[in-house]
Design a protein around this ligand. Structure first.
Ligand SMILES: Cc1cc2nc3c(=O)[nH]c(=O)nc-3n(C[C@H](O)[C@H](O)[C@H](O)COP(=O)(O)OP(=O)(O)OC[C@H]3O[C@@H](n4cnc5c(N)ncnc54)[C@H](O)[C@@H]3O)c2cc1C
Length: 328
């Protein structure tokens, strides 16, 4: 047994004795990613409250372990070799509601499953999250990646975000979060870990909200069957205004929606649909959807991603950018 493993075991024993922490040694991350891909984490640490999480952060820092924070694992490609250090999950999921004039302020822990928040707010007749139905994962990562769908993103309803900056808990207001399409300040500064968020929601007819969410979920379940091992869209869409004029001029007008151009259009033109390496498959009905069709590996997944990027670069001279995040 090498020194690192010994120190990880000692650390695991120390942390396991703290209330609010679950610690697993050499846990395969394939069990915690929607792709079903990924080797072991040196330590997988799940914290259920803030003091426990801060203790785990401090202890792993003192031990000199590399660290990464994940959520529900629905937007991750984890290396086949896994992550040689501490993989931390902040799973606190408490919710409080406070009336605020014509709106309601909802504060929730970053570990709350986004869908449960959608269901709860729809049932309460609170508007703002209904178009995000069916987006897998937890609230913290939704803020990190400014998740969204059907013309809306979570940034529209974020009031404030509490995060740990490595030394203290801080709060950003909405402009401080620097939200853009699938971007936030937290993506640029990965050492800032989101602990909770306050969302501003307005009152609305629950039946209408329910219908909107129900209709969207029906469409989404066809595109992404619930058992599919995937990460949703692999690549970000393009902002029309940021594309070179030469590319803008060849786009069929119907392709541009809400100022965005789907990466799927470029991928489809380049012949991506149905491409396969090993057990990694590009869907034959959606060129920006890659799934693990069995015992796929991160190695083959990355090979498919690189192949697709090259196909689009060769054909259109534009660079696809991954929406999915890498670990290890
Ligand atoms: C079938 C399917 C459909 C999808 N559809 C959509 C869609 O329509 N729109 C959309 O936006 N996304 C979509 N996604 C992508 C995914 O659901 C979102 O990116 C989601 O927000 C990821 O949440 P997660 O908890 O699983 O995060 P993870 O995949 O575990 O992590 C994602 C990133 O967030 C970071 N992170 C996690 N928690 C924290 C935290 N507390 N503080 C700081 N950083 C943190 C991690 O370091 C990582 O880089 C889809 C995915 C799937 C599988």
């Amino acid at each position: 047994m090498n020194e690192m493993v010994q120190s990880e075991e000692a650390l695991a024993a120390e942390l396991s004795s703290l209330p609010g922490l679950d610690v697993q040694i050499a846990e395969p991350l394939s069990r915690h990613t929607r792709f079903g891909i990924g080797g072991p984490a040196g330590l997988l640490i799940t914290a259920h409250n803030t003091p426990a999480f801060l203790s785990a952060l401090q202890a792993t820092r003192q031990a000199g372990l590399p660290r990464v924070v994940i959520g529900g694992g629905s937007n991750l490609i984890v290396a086949d070799a896994g992550f040689p250090g501490a993989v931390l999950r902040y799973a606190a999921d408490c919710v409080t509601l406070a009336p605020n004039g014509n709106t309601t302020l909802l504060t929730a822990g970053a570990g709350l499953v986004l869908q449960s928040l959608v269901d709860r707010t729809v049932a309460l007749g609170l508007k703002g999250l209904e178009t995000m139905t069916g987006i897998p994962g937890w609230l913290g990562a939704a803020i990190y990646g400014n998740a969204g769908a059907y013309g809306h993103s979570i940034s529209e309803i974020v009031s404030t975000v509490d995060f740990f900056d490595g030394a203290a808990i801080q709060t950003f207001d909405n402009p401080g979060c620097e939200f853009h399409y699938r971007e936030s300040v937290f993506k640029k500064h990965k050492d800032r870990i989101i602990l909770s968020a306050t969302l501003r929601l307005s009152a609305h007819d629950p039946e209408q909200l329910h219908k909107t969410a129900h209709d969207i979920l029906s469409i989404r379940n066809q595109k992404y069957p619930p058992t599919m091992k995937c990460a949703g869209s692999i690549f970000k869409n393009f902002l029309f205004a940021e594309l070179p004029a030469r590319v803008q001029s060849i786009l069929p007008p119907a392709v541009v929606r809400e100022g965005k151009v789907p990466s799927a259009w470029f991928l489809e033109q380049a012949g991506a649909k149905g491409l396969r390496i090993g057990d990694i498959q590009v869907a034959d009905y959606h060129a920006n959807l890659i799934y693990n069709d069995g015992a796929g590996t991160a190695h083959d997944l990355v090979a498919v991603i690189e192949r697709l990027k090259k196909m689009v670069a060769d054909r259109f001279d534009v660079a696809l950018e991954e929406e999915v995040q890498y670990v290890g």
